[in-house]
Design a protein around this ligand. Structure first.
Ligand code: PNS
Length: 158
């Protein structure tokens, strides 16, 4: 049986922490779908089309990484895709509480789907999309924390 994993998130924008988790997932599972939530935030910095385009470009050479969008309940999307696993990254203890709640709620909603947590490389443990946007907007450098394409696209936003 081949294992399909779904890595859901807002990815506004994609960071090197996300990239690290996706590449780890791509080594562990037969296929991993980067599933970008539609309408998560009322005013995202990057439109859903931009986020899809960025992720597709970043992973264009990764044959078992797919980029898709979803709306509604995550477990419904995972079931519709016939995937078995939800992948989430855990950076620090502070992530744990919310991730624990989501994993158990998702299990209650669909007990066939397993959530697997993965730790990113140490150098990415403090990065979040929110901090990237804030630091960049205030003139700070984010080089090395996001893919080069994201850095270019951030420059086009200001
Ligand atoms: O990148 P994020 O914002 O941490 O991702 C959160 C995400 C998209 C995984 C979560 O908000 C989600 O799954 N939303 C879909 C709606 C849903 O299923 N909610 C119940 C989760 S227990």
């Amino acid at each position: 049986m081949s294992t399909l994993a779904v890595y859901p998130g807002s990815f506004d924008p994609l960071t090197n922490g996300h990239v690290d988790i996706i590449l780890r997932g791509a080594r562990l599972f037969d296929r991993i779908v980067v599933a970008i939530l539609v309408n998560a935030e009322k005013a995202p910095l990057f439109s859903i089309q931009e986020r899809v385009e960025i992720a597709r470009e970043v992973f264009k050479d990764q044959r078992n990484v797919e980029v898709d969008t979803f709306g509604g309940l995550l477990v419904d999307y995972v079931e519709a895709r016939k995937a078995q696993v939800i992948v989430r990254g855990l950076r620090a203890v502070s992530d744990f509480e919310f991730e624990f709640q989501m994993a158990l709620m998702n299990r209650r909603l669909n007990s066939k789907i397993e959530t697997v947590f993965m730790m990113p490389a140490e150098q990415y443990t403090y990065i979040s999309s929110r901090l990237i946007k804030e630091v960049f907007a205030l003139g700070g450098g984010v080089h090395g924390l996001v893919p080069d394409l994201v850095e270019q696209r951030l420059r086009q936003k200001v």
